[in-house]
Write a protein that binds this ligand. Structure first.
Ligand code: MN
Length: 246
């Protein structure tokens, strides 16, 4: 083969691989989206995953990731947009503003904001903290001081958090939140509720979220939620968690 033909072939292969990865949702974000989720406005869009569907194997399988992202998350986004279609006054609010003002919304918008607004925020937030190669680079001082004070060490924390996640009855989430005074606390919420919502009893800034709906794990772990929770710690970016504190 001539060198030129060979190089053209290589380039074509590169394009083909990129196209395939693009189709699989493997679009790498160049900036940290930590503060961007809450700032998003109508019309909402399904965010790309920062990794390929199969990147978290064997801990979270590719099929679960693909269905979770392209079907479940996508449905929350579409239904949130559909609900806001009739309410131009509410279209100008950021996602965070919507979640904090559910009680003030028209009655038939409230449930949609809670379920689909929550579903959109929670899943965007969940994807962002997952990684195929967790590296631990050390915590910010404020975060690590609060962490030590509340939990002592990471093992004690993961045990407490896992227990909370396991205790969620039916569908819901487990969270590590930063309370208004800076202290840390583990809380759980039902359905797609989250600690930012005015309809939720305990408010705080979320730092870490774990989806314990069956759709998040049933294909691989069936009814054994405990195994899914155990696997989750292998794909969690602690760096993202501590950055969120600041
Ligand atoms: Mn989910």
């Amino acid at each position: 083969m001539e060198r030129r033909t060979f190089l053209t072939g290589l380039m074509a292969l590169g394009v083909a691989l990129q196209t395939r990865d693009f189709a699989r949702g493997a679009i790498f974000r160049t900036e940290n989206a930590a503060n961007k989720i809450g700032a998003e406005k109508y019309p909402f869009r399904l965010p790309s995953l920062p990794f390929a569907y199969g990147a978290l194997e064997p801990h979270i399988d590719a099929q679960t990731m693909e269905i979770h992202h392209s079907k479940h998350h996508d449905a929350y986004v579409k239904k949130l947009n559909e609900a806001l279609l009739k309410y131009p006054d509410w279209q100008n609010k950021t996602l965070l503003e919507l979640l904090r003002a559910i009680k003030q919304a028209p009655k038939d918008l409230q449930t949609a904001l809670r379920n689909h607004g929550g579903g959109h925020f929670n899943h965007s937030f969940f994807w962002e903290q997952l990684t195929a190669s967790p590296t631990y680079t050390g915590d910010s001082t404020a975060y690590s001081t609060q962490f030590q004070k509340k939990f002592g060490n990471h093992q004690a924390f993961t045990e407490q958090f896992s227990k909370a996640a396991l205790s969620v009855f039916g569908s819901g989430w487990a969270w590590l939140v930063k309370l208004p005074d800076g202290a840390l606390e583990i809380i759980t919420t039902a359905n797609q509720d989250n600690p930012l919502m005015d309809v939720v009893e305990k408010n705080g800034t979320p730092l870490l979220a774990l989806d314990v709906w069956e759709h998040a794990y049933y294909l691989k772990y069936q009814n054994v939620r405990a195994d899914y929770i155990k696997a989750f710690w292998n794909v969690l970016s602690w760096e993202t968690v501590s950055k969120r504190y600041d």
